[in-house]
Design a protein around this ligand. Structure first.
Ligand code: DPP
Ligand code: ZN
Length: 872
């Protein structure tokens, strides 16, 4: 198989400076004509061939400067067009290809979704539209003409500004769009179709009025208001926080129903998966509202971090993604509760990125080789990439970080650049040496940090011993020490912060230890009493911490730490320790459980903590996080049942108290998606989950389901009943399907999710029946992921069944979908990444299913790449 290496990067010998695209859109065919203004680079030797990328194209005609090329002057096939001896001056290459968007089930390039023509070009979809230098360092200005039937496609959109539109005869019309910001082809977009819209405007800090519009299928307009509100808040925030203004007169968003990604940041024309646009209280949950707000912001923020400054090559993907995730996380933190956002982000990191980073698909945030770039849109590139930027901000401090960002925008605006260039702006603007810090981008694996401490009362000395170790990952056996910022505090016996007179053994700056070596022994002098250390406040580094701490100390932290993140973390640690011991056969003792219960009730009772935080504090670590902590020979069924027993033992004695608290949170206010209301619902629904889990009686959940005035409460109740598969589950799911899901595909997704998560042995058969239904939309990524993606990620017990039925269900699905949509197939397959840590019987069953898949079908490059790494 063909592998692409970072070390082989070379600039193109030719550059495309301007692109003139003409799409003649008909029901059955779209004719794409491209005029590319091309010139050789100064150092290009005469006679150097020009090789353009293609993917599944067939060339109808080719000309240079208006003259058709002779057969001998070029070579073309589906995947490339070579001009043997191009002119050694600027010339215009003209090509024509015929496309069949309706047949494009890969959803890359130009395709039809629900009748609408739309595009997805990142990373390599543009080459499925026309022959091109389809690489992110090729920046050109674009002019795009769209012509289509005025009834089939009254709306014609592309990047930039509309310069002309009018009648084209025969019932057809046209529109010409121009984007004067040079951009790589992956940011190209066009849309044609019969769409409704909502409009608004935003006036930038410097007084420029920007027209905003969100396009969607007719009838869904009123469901776009929240997305529009999120957009305007994002625009204002980026001005406030980063000094970044929008740079075009128009910003358009289009919601489409078939989309591989969540959304795409095309210049001036973002295209969104409709699940990240549509929201109304009766069909969207609070989590959906928060997700829409976040992704609208994310794509908007790409305009500066991604579009104005883009990537030199795809190895640098986290340059734009890690940084932009960091920016969207900061936005959500400023708009909502910072500690709650931080906990959510860390939960996501632990449940997705940590498993990736310790399994067969582990890779550096900036990888140095790939076979299929689509497989690198990973949680490592995105979420670990964001953690790296966050550590940079922590190490530099807020002011120096902002100064560095300003410098980045100033120095690299209009460029396609690298991680090295990104780090250099911070090194240059702050004077800090970031050479060792760069290792975070180059090294895979989650560092394990071990902590031991001792207090010497006689000498009033407190010692803190820290070690870091990163285990070998595929293809990367040697690891070096990382720079690890550890924000911390020492807490005295009365719960208040403690000082020290001097400290040695490692760099300590204010409330931060900077660990640079494999190990360090810090000695704090002048410490009056034995302190309880609070380490990695706000989760200041993406590491696994191993600290053997007493339950008393942890409960003390849960009560007294000034850092809310660590207060939450301490409670999680208490539960994890008890659960892991119990899985190991050492069942909890009553005293330990009493202590934890008391702490949980205290949290619930607090007048100072907000509801959203309380909801998280009452969370019991989930089975996959526990499995990850155990790390080897895991039996998900055993973890799951232990966890159920634990919840029953912990909360069983206080169900009445939980029910009283639940009742007190009942509200008659009309639904609003704001953080305060959402927090109240989150806490109430957390209590409901614990009440049902502790008592085994689902009556209260069934009642909430029936009485709910919004989808958040209804779906929470359905989730509890459906995943526990209580005796009312089948009836409730059927009711949900009939009353809510049949006419709204996004609600159908919710039904599919719960159908896949049921904790009973019939679940696979039921999923097979759903997929076999001729009415099931088997080419829609949202539907497929809601069912099979949820099964793989959220139903560990059934997915990893010892008889292998769960594994075979998924590999069978992958083989089937791969032929139509390789990206969806490959993504679902990554759920197998936990197979090496399963107990032997399950491990063998997983391996056999994977090996069968490798034997059987002819697989796409996407799926073959994942499978190859999975079995390596
Ligand atoms: N659209 C995807 C994202 O924004 C890929 N760039 O992350
Ligand atoms: Zn992104």
């Amino acid at each position: 198989e063909h592998t692409i290496f970072l070390k082989d990067y070379a600039p193109s010998p030719y550059r495309i400076v301007a692109v003139d695209l003409d799409f003649d859109i008909f029901d059955k065919v779209t004719i794409a004509r491209a005029q590319l203004s091309i010139e050789p680079e100064a150092e290009t030797p005469p006679g150097t061939p020009l090789v353009l990328d293609g993917d599944g194209l067939s060339l109808s005609s080719v000309a240079i400067d208006g003259a058709p090329l002779m057969q001998s002057a070029y070579a073309s096939d589906a995947n490339s067009l070579t001009i043997v001896e191009p002119p050694q001056r600027r010339f215009v290459l003209e090509t024509e290809v015929h496309l069949d968007p309706a047949a494009n089930t890969k959803l890359m390039g130009l395709y039809r979704s629900n009748g609408v023509w739309c595009t997805q070009c990142e990373p390599e979809g543009f080459r499925r539209i026309t022959y091109y230098l389809d690489r992110p360092d090729c920046l050109a200005v674009f002019k795009v003409t769209l012509t289509a039937d005025a009834k089939l496609a009254p709306v014609l959109l592309s990047n930039g500004n509309l310069v002309r539109a009018g009648d084209a005869g025969d019932g057809r019309h046209f529109a010409v769009w121009q984007d004067l910001h040079p951009k790589p082809a992956y940011l190209f977009a066009m849309v044609a179709g019969d769409l409704g819209s909502i409009t608004d405007s935003f006036t930038t800090a410097s007084g420029k009025k920007v027209d905003l519009a969100i396009y969607c299928e007719h009838g869904k307009e009123s469901q776009c208001d929240w997305a529009m509100d999120s957009l305007k808040r994002s625009m204002a925030w980026d001005e406030r926080r980063f000094g970044r203004e929008y740079d075009l007169d128009i910003f358009n968003i289009v919601a489409v129903s078939d989309f591989n990604f969540g959304a795409m940041e095309n210049k001036g024309l973002n295209i969104f998966n409709d699940r990240l646009v549509f929201a109304q209280p009766e069909s969207a949950t609070d989590a959906n509202y928060a997700g829409i707000e976040r992704v609208i912001a994310h794509e908007y923020f790409h305009n500066w971090t991604g579009n104005r400054i883009t990537c030199r090559d795809w190895f640098q993907l986290c340059l734009k993604e890690g940084l932009t995730v960091y920016r969207d996380q900061e936005f959500s933190s400023d708009e909502r509760s910072r500690p709650v956002q931080r906990i959510h982000n860390v939960q996501g990191l632990r449940s997705a990125q940590f498993p990736e980073d310790s399994g067969p698909l582990a890779h550096a945030p900036r990888p140095d080789h790939y076979k299929e770039i689509n497989n690198f849109y990973t949680t490592t590139v995105y979420e670990k990439g964001a953690e790296i930027v966050r550590m940079l901000a922590t190490l530099l401090g807020e002011t120096a970080f902002r100064k560095g960002m300003d410098f980045y925008f100033e120095r690299h605006d209009g460029e396609a650049t690298t991680i090295e260039a990104f780090l250099a702006v911070f090194a240059d603007s702050s004077g800090m040496d970031l050479d060792q810090f760069k290792t975070w981008y180059l090294q895979a694996g989650t560092p394990q940090v071990s902590v031991r401490d001792a207090y010497d009362a006689e000498n009033q000395t407190y010692t803190l011993e820290l070690d870091q170790l990163t285990a070998a990952t595929p293809g990367q056996l040697e690891k070096s020490a990382l720079v690890i910022p550890i924000r911390f505090g020492l807490i005295g016996p009365n719960g208040s912060p403690m000082g020290w007179s001097s400290v040695s053994g490692a760099e300590v700056r204010d409330d931060m230890i900077v660990l640079r070596e494999d190990s360090a022994v810090l000695r704090f002098e002048g410490v009056a009493n034995r302190p309880v250390p609070s380490l990695f406040r706000e989760f200041s580094a993406p590491v696994q911490v191993h600290a053997d701490r007493s339950q008393d100390d942890l409960l003390f932290l849960a009560q007294h730490d000034s850092d809310p993140f660590n207060r939450w973390e301490a409670l999680q640690d208490v539960s994890s320790a008890l659960l892991i011991d119990a899985v190991d056969g050492k069942r909890w003792d009553d005293k330990a459980l009493d202590g934890l219960r008391q702490a949980a009730l205290q949290t619930l009772d607090s007048d100072t903590l907000d509801d959203a935080f309380k909801a998280l504090a009452l969370e019991i670590p989930d089975a996959s996080v526990l499995g990850q902590k155990i790390g080897k020979d895991i039996d998900p069924a055993r973890i799951h049942s232990t966890r159920k027993d634990f919840i029953a033992a912990l909360f069983g004695p206080v169900v009445g108290t939980l029910e009283t608290a639940y009742e007190a949170l009942t509200s008659n206010k009309p639904y609003a998606p704001d953080a305060a209301q959402a927090g109240q619902r989150a806490l109430r629904n957390q209590l409901l989950k614990l009440i049902v889990g502790a008592g085994g009686d689902d009556a209260l959940a069934v009642q909430q389901y029936s009485e709910a005035g919004n989808m958040t409460d209804r779906f929470a109740a359905l989730t509890i009943v459906g995943t526990e598969w209580t005796h009312d589950a089948a009836g409730l799911l059927a009711d949900f399907h009939t009353r809510f899901a049949t006419h709204d595909p996004l609600v159908l997704d919710k039904w599919l999710m719960i159908s896949a998560r049921a904790d009973d042995d019939g679940v696979i058969e039921r999923m097979q029946a759903i997929l076999a239904d001729p009415a099931f939309p088997k080419n829609n990524p949202n539907r497929l992921r809601s069912l099979v993606g949820s099964f793989v990620l959220s139903n560990p017990v059934q997915f990893t069944r010892a008889d292998g039925a769960g594994f075979r269900f998924v590999t069978g699905f992958v083989a089937d979908v791969d032929a139509r949509n390789p990206q969806v197939a490959a993504r679902v397959l990554t759920g197998f990444r936990i197979w090496p840590i399963l107990e032997p019987k399950r491990r063998e069953a997983a391996k056999a299913a994977l090996a069968d898949l490798q034997q059987s079908a002819s697989l796409s490059r996407n799926t073959a790449d994942i499978l190859g790494r999975m079995l390596a």
